[in-house]
Write a protein of this length. Structure first.
Length: 133
């Protein structure tokens, strides 16, 4: 006896139900598209929120410090003692805070001294940096 499907006789039954494919298969393509869309939307929103701040911070590089000879009634003290004292204070602050450029100056007005220490750097948390200094 020969099976009409071409196989040996008696091994196949017509009463068997065919196996069904699993119905709960994950749609990977849809998941990838949704995940990519969510990531793109998150990137766009963060760019809108943080973009202007980043542009301002990056645009303020290469700042120069200029020290005028006179500020109001105060005049710049260029004596050796004033230079030594202002540089000592500047060095003390510059060791605590990483500065790109820094300057220390002493201004005098009839009996009143003003010490100016200034520096430039990209400081992301100024409050903490000032407390450290």
């Amino acid at each position: 006896m020969v099976d009409p499907d071409g196989g040996p006789a008696g091994l196949y039954y017509d009463d068997e139900e065919p196996e069904e494919a699993p119905a709960s298969r994950l749609p990977l393509k849809r998941i990838a598209i949704v995940s990519g869309s969510v990531a793109a939307a998150a990137l766009l929103v963060s760019g809108i929120i943080y973009g202007p701040a980043v542009v301002r911070v990056l645009g303020q590089s290469d700042t120069e410090i200029k020290s005028p000879d006179k500020v109001g009634a105060f005049t710049l003290d260029t004596s050796d003692g004033a230079k030594s004292a202002s540089e000592y204070i500047r060095d003390a602050i510059a060791t605590e805070v990483s500065l790109d450029n820094s300057v220390g100056l002493i201004y005098r007005d009839s009996g009143t001294d003003a010490i100016l220490v200034a520096g430039t750097a990209r400081i992301w948390k100024p409050e903490e940096t000032l407390k450290t200094a």
